[in-house]
Write a protein that binds this ligand. Structure first.
Ligand code: NAD
Ligand code: WQD
Length: 338
């Protein structure tokens, strides 16, 4: 059993991870400033797990408050989710991203150092690979960040690797997520993007509820089997379980690793639309549109390291991802025929 603090603990991926950790017997403490999450998430987690996780409302850049939280709730490790994550916004406001993500991570690491917490699991992203030479992508592929969000992820990874190399951290896992989608099958927690969703799955679920008239397919002339972009979508509960396994591994072996988290299966935009229509019985009106600047044709993981090191294997397929994403969005929209 491990006691662990989740920064950004009421956000999309962290809330699902809290459930997975709790199911495996770990003790969870949540820290969030609610800048991109809903106030009712802790209560939803309580109903879902039967446990009231301690919650600290704080900004990760506030070292005294985070240090006090770690003193009131001593933990063995931190899982660091708190960050800003919109590529477009990062290009529009670079200082905001450097401040929240890089300064935020430095401040968190300082609070951890002051409190003697020396293990971290970090939310990195496949965005660090930029335009890969080929897919599947292995962890030793060159990193080629193409936007400020991606750069902040790489700098945060480097910070953590440096602290591990110099012995300041005992153990660290940099987890490079590919494209997390879906929700807990209970439909009690899920993703709540603010404003117009940037990502394919949340946008599609809002088309399915009738909140948006159609889905724009950004490019159908890529060098892929059907011309649309290929990505590695993974169910957020599989991702959540990977965090529990990564945490257990680094705590047991006091090691530091950098690992991809994806299924290894490339799925095109049209594949995902068809899977969604199949899983939900809803038709998604499409509009073929120009390519989105900065998009790559194809990007999917080689997930063998996570399997070999953590014993992680995905349990859910694309139909599960679509069904659970839809259950969550339909529940929010008050649609009951799901
Ligand atoms: P999210 O926005 O739902 O969760 C982030 C949480 O952090 C939110 O609850 C937000 O309120 C909180 N937060 C932000 N800044 C904070 C601060 N300064 N202090 C305290 N709390 C703060 O995002 P998510 O999709 O759950 O992503 C979690 C992590 O995973 C992020 O680091 C993100 O970059 C990374 N990631 C996400 C994806 C994805 O597609 N969702 C892919 C790869 C990596
Ligand atoms: C997937 C595919 C689009 C919306 C982004 C971030 C990345 C990571 C995950 C955090 C692409 C197409 C999309 C739409 C479409 N996040 N699409 N119509 O771009 O792979 O990755 O989220 O780390 O950093 O860049 O995900 O869901 O935006 O796009 O046709 O309305 O769907 O062109 O081929 P992406 P996505």
């Amino acid at each position: 059993m491990t006691r662990v603090l989740l920064t950004g603990g009421t956000g999309y991926i962290a809330s699902h991870t809290a459930v997975a950790l709790s199911e495996r017997g770990h003790e969870v403490v949540l820290l969030d400033n609610f800048s991109n999450s809903e106030r009712d998430v802790p209560e939803r987690l309580r109903r879902l797990t039967g446990k009231a996780f301690p919650l600290i409302e704080a900004d990760i850049r506030d070292v005294p408050t985070v240090t006090a939280a770690l003193s009131a709730h001593p933990v063995d490790a931190v899982i660091h989710f708190a960050a800003l994550k919109a590529v477009g916004e990062s290009e529009a406001d670079p200082l905001l991203y450097y401040d929240m993500n890089i300064i935020g991570t430095i401040r968190l690491l300082q609070a951890m150092q002051e409190s003697g917490v020396r293990r971290i699991v970090f939310s990195s992203s496949a965005t660090v690979y930029g335009q890969p030479d080929a897919s599947p992508i292995q962890e030793d592929a060159p990193t080629r960040v193409q936007n400020i969000y991606g750069r902040t992820k790489l700098v945060m990874e480097d910070l953590i690797r440096d602290l591990a190399r110099t012995g300041k951290l005992l153990a660290a896992a940099n987890l490079r997520y590919f494209n997390p989608v879906g929700a807990h099958p209970s439909a009690m927690i899920g993703e709540t993007p603010r404003g117009v969703p940037n990502n394919l799955m949340p946008y599609m679920t809002q088309v399915a509820t009738g909140e948006r008239p159609h889905l724009s397919v950004f490019g159908d002339d890529y060098d892929t089997p059907d011309g649309t972009g290929v990505r590695d979508y993974l169910h957020v509960m599989d991702l959540a379980e990977a965090h529990a396994l990564a945490l257990e591994h680094i705590c047991a072996h006091e090691v530091s690793v950098t690992v991809n988290l994806g299924t290894g299966i490339g799925i095109s935009v049209l594949d995902l639309v068809h899977a969604f229509e199949r899983a939900t019985g809803r038709k998604i009106p499409l509009k073929m549109s120009p390519r989105r600047p900065g998009d790559v044709a194809s990007n999917y993981a080689n997930p063998e390291a996570a399997a070999r090191i953590f014993g992680w294997k995905v349990q859910r397929d694309v139909d599960d991802m679509c069904r659970d994403a839809w259950r969550w969005q339909a529940a929010r929209a008050g649609i009951n025929d799901v």
